[in-house]
Design a protein around this ligand. Structure first.
Ligand SMILES: [Cu+2]
Length: 198
């Protein structure tokens, strides 16, 4: 296991622990077992950012579309390109239905990931992918709303990389969090699962 993989597992672990703790708190307060993993309203919410063409994008643009949301950054050496490739395969498997879902790649590195940079980067992936950036405050707020962990890590030779939560979120047509989307299956299976939310 590379240190990077170990770090990502740690981040994933922390996220899941957070969800479990949250569910437990809900259980203690209400005396009822909460809906799967977390109350749907606990993740997601309104945002106002910019897409890779420089156009404003908000949560309202996602209304009516099941949406995959993934946080990352264009300088990411492995996890982000792999995930974007996998999401692209799912979109391809969806065929025509790809127009009825959305897939968003939200940068956690808005300093470097300008709309132009996002556009250039995403040109290697499925054209349905929407790149999302904006000012640091707005990105931080969205990250918080999605319970995403991210942190700048200085590199030995100068510059920096980003540690970040690597979960693909499935949001339903009404913008409610459904579950972390299972990427560990064939694109056709993932596409079939996604179709259930159309
Ligand atoms: Cu990444």
């Amino acid at each position: 296991m590379t240190p990077r993989t170990a770090r990502l597992l740690l981040v994933l672990g922390a996220f899941i622990t957070g969800l479990v703790l949250f569910s437990t708190v809900v259980f203690i307060i209400t005396g009822r077992t909460p809906a799967p993993i977390a109350a749907p309203s606990a993740i997601g919410g309104p945002f106002q950012l910019v897409d890779q063409t420089g156009k404003t994008i908000t949560d309202k643009d996602l209304k009516g579309y099941p949406t995959l949301v993934f946080f990352g950054f264009t300088n990411c050496p492995d996890v982000c390109p792999t995930t974007l490739f996998e999401v692209s395969e799912i979109m391809r498997s969806l065929g025509k239905d790809a127009d009825r879902v959305k897939a968003m790649f939200v940068t956690v590195d808005p300093e470097r990931d300008t709309p132009e940079k996002m556009k250039d980067y995403l040109s290697s992936f499925d054209p349905h992918l929407v790149g999302v950036t904006g000012d640091t405050a707005a990105i931080t707020a969205m990250g918080k709303a999605y319970r995403v962990y991210f942190k700048k890590v200085p590199l030995d030779g100068g510059g920096y990389t980003m540690d970040h939560t690597a979960i693909v979120y499935l949001m339903d047509k009404d913008g409610r969090f459904v579950a972390p989307f299972n990427m560990k299956r064939r694109p056709e299976e993932a596409a079939a699962d996604l179709r259930r939310y159309l």
